[in-house]
Design a binder for this molecule. Structure first.
Ligand code: NAD
Length: 246
């Protein structure tokens, strides 16, 4: 039977690569992104998709995502909470509005989407949640008070989901990507950060969107049927070097 996923932040970057991989694997995908123009470009000419230009941080829009997905596909087997925003800055320069902007999408969005999707994931009998955190959620740095804190929250939220929803056959796991050259990363990575990452990462390079998507797809699949509550760093080995984030 065809399996169905909701992918948030699906219009570009890691979310689009994940959508493309799931479609190749035969899934149907509800593609959610608040950037309607980018989403229209990403969905053009594709089959087995539903385009939902909506905001994961707004409860009424999250409810609409679930209603329209259920109408179109009948239910879901996987939820990929990938939508995210980045904002780098030290504590004293991160005003409350900047802090809230990051928390709204990165943390509130994951909570709201998971809560609203749980009935469909329960009904699936083999539901999977994959949350996208970051290596910035695994260790602190001087620039990432909001972003890093939001991603550490996503890692803990994953464990809460795994512990609470396991009895319904729902697995929840987390992917913590290292640096990938997406629009999000390139807006906050200075040349200094790029050079430092190249030096520090054992594979001496940034990852690709597809390399992150491969692990997300694995965690959604039956191949990961006994993997639950884990955070997998997909970072070229950066996390085990002990080197600080640039
Ligand atoms: P990206 O900017 O290319 O894609 C993110 C997408 O999410 C965009 O299309 C954006 O419009 C959408 N989005 C943002 N907020 C939204 C909201 N509230 N509702 C709906 N859609 C929303 O970025 P990316 O690098 O592909 O990021 C994907 C995820 O990976 C993010 O959670 C990010 O924090 C995480 N991540 C990225 C990197 C990296 O280096 N690129 C590293 C670690 C983690």
């Amino acid at each position: 039977m065809t399996k169905t996923a909701i992918v948030t932040g699906a219009a570009r970057g890691i979310g689009l690569a994940t959508t493309e991989l799931l479609l190749e694997d035969g899934w149907q995908v509800a593609m959610v992104d608040w950037d309607a123009d980018e989403l229209a470009r990403a969905t053009e000419g594709r089959e087995r998709i539903l385009a939902l230009p909506l905001d994961v941080s707004k409860p009424d829009q999250v409810a609409e995502i679930m209603t329209r997905t259920k109408e179109a596909f009948g239910g879901i087997d996987a939820l990929i909470n990938n939508a995210g925003v980045a904002d780098f800055g030290p504590i004293e320069e991160t005003d409350f509005a900047r802090w809230r902007r990051v928390m709204e999408t990165n943390l509130d969005g994951v909570f709201l989407m998971t809560q609203a999707a749980t009935p469909m994931l329960r009904a699936s009998g083999q539901g999977a949640i994959v949350n996208i955190a970051s290596i910035s959620g695994l260790r602190a740095s001087t620039l990432r008070v909001a972003y890093g804190t939001s991603k550490a929250g996503v890692i803990q939220l994953t464990q809460q989901q795994a512990v609470e929803l396991g009895e319904y056959g729902i697995r929840a796991n987390c992917v913590a990507p290292g640096p990938v050259r997406t629009k999000l990363a390139m807006a906050v990575h200075s040349q200094e950060i790029i050079d430092a990452y190249h030096d520090a990462i054992p594979l001496n390079r940034y990852g690709s969107e597809r390399e992150i998507a491969e692990v997300i797809a694995f965690l959604c699949s039956h191949r990961a049927s006994y993997v639950n509550g884990q955070t997998i760093a997909v970072d070229g080995g950066f996390e085990c070097t002990g080197v600080g984030l640039p």
